[in-house]
Write a protein that binds this ligand. Structure first.
Ligand SMILES: C[S@@+](CC[C@H](N)C(=O)[O-])C[C@H]1O[C@@H](n2cnc3c(N)ncnc32)[C@H](O)[C@@H]1O
Length: 279
């Protein structure tokens, strides 16, 4: 990220969710606040998406990863989850439309510059901040998640769900493992959902070309993609940390789950969405 500046890719992800509401009528992720949080930029974001059909792939992936995480969270509430930590929240709107009220304490963790900018956006859009929400400004590269969350009043004795969407690729591998180790260390158990990509060399040619273009773009924005994982190694290391249940959807599984009636030629490699539980 550029020093002292909010994340540009957080804006881009929010623009994808806003465009999804209009171009696909929010079929995968209905989000009544997605346009509102962008304020007067929303219209241009939708127009831009319409003029660039090649962005659909990323838009749909972002809608699906958010939907997957929110469904997985909902399934754990009846099993005792009382805290949600949204890591690298960007302009995510879940906290402002959660239907669990004060049954679910929510912590939004983000880089301090991005979080300050989000709070301005919320105010401009007159989106009220619910009592259940606490902001925790943390730079993952320079602070431990444990310290940052403790300072924000996080209760490590509560079963907690972590979402970590669109963040892992931007971190160093050390920062990724430090966060996963913290999640695995929670004694009452924890769940995490995050997305990651296979290494570019493993991607089929067409996808690799698309990936290289996107990678060059985010590097220009000062938010380069640094970390990729091979699924087998990632799962083995997570199991070694104590994660017992791992559900990992690669491109083919994502297509089968979200587009079951459409014959799709999905590649084996690409973007993954992973859910893991530590009991
Ligand atoms: C692509 S955005 C994703 C935002 C949001 N999760 C979403 O899906 O819309 C990446 C997020 O990671 C955060 N981020 C990147 N590097 C970070 C760091 N070192 N510490 C804390 N947050 C970081 C950015 O501030 C930004 O909010």
């Amino acid at each position: 990220m550029q020093k002292g500046k909010p994340s540009r890719t957080a804006w881009a992800a929010a623009a994808h969710r806003a465009a999804h509401q209009v171009l696909e009528q929010g079929r995968i992720l209905p989000d009544p606040l997605a346009l509102r949080i962008l304020g007067e930029d929303a219209e241009a974001a939708v127009r831009d998406a319409e003029q660039h059909p090649s962005r659909r792939r990323m838009r749909i992936f972002i809608a699906i990863r958010t939907r997957f995480a929110e469904d997985a969270l909902a399934a754990t509430i009846n099993h005792g989850v009382r805290q949600l930590v949204i890591l690298g929240a960007g302009l995510d709107t879940y906290a402002y439309r959660s239907t669990f009220g004060e049954r679910l304490r929510i912590f939004e963790v983000d880089h301090p510059a991005t979080q300050a900018w989000k709070r301005e956006r919320l105010e401009e859009a007159a989106i009220p901040i619910p009592k259940s929400l606490t902001f925790a400004p943390i730079d993952f590269e320079h602070q431990t998640l444990g310290q940052g969350l403790a300072a924000a009043g996080f209760d490590s004795a509560q079963q907690t769900f972590f979402t970590w969407l669109g963040v892992v690729p931007y971190l160093t591998e050390d920062a990724v493992w430090s966060t996963l180790s913290f999640i695995a260390s929670l004694l009452r158990g924890a769940h995490v959902v995050f997305d990651y990509s296979d290494p570019p060399a493993a991607l089929p040619a067409e996808l690799r070309a698309w990936h290289e273009k996107r990678a060059a773009h985010v590097t220009e924005l000062g938010e380069a993609w640094l970390t990729y994982f091979e699924a087998d190694r990632l799962h083995a290391q997570m199991k070694a940390l104590g994660f017992s249940e791992i559900e990992d959807l690669g491109p083919a599984q994502i297509a089968a789950r979200y587009f079951p009636n459409r014959a799709m030629n999905s590649p084996d490699k690409g973007g993954h969405i992973l859910r893991a539980t530590k009991i």
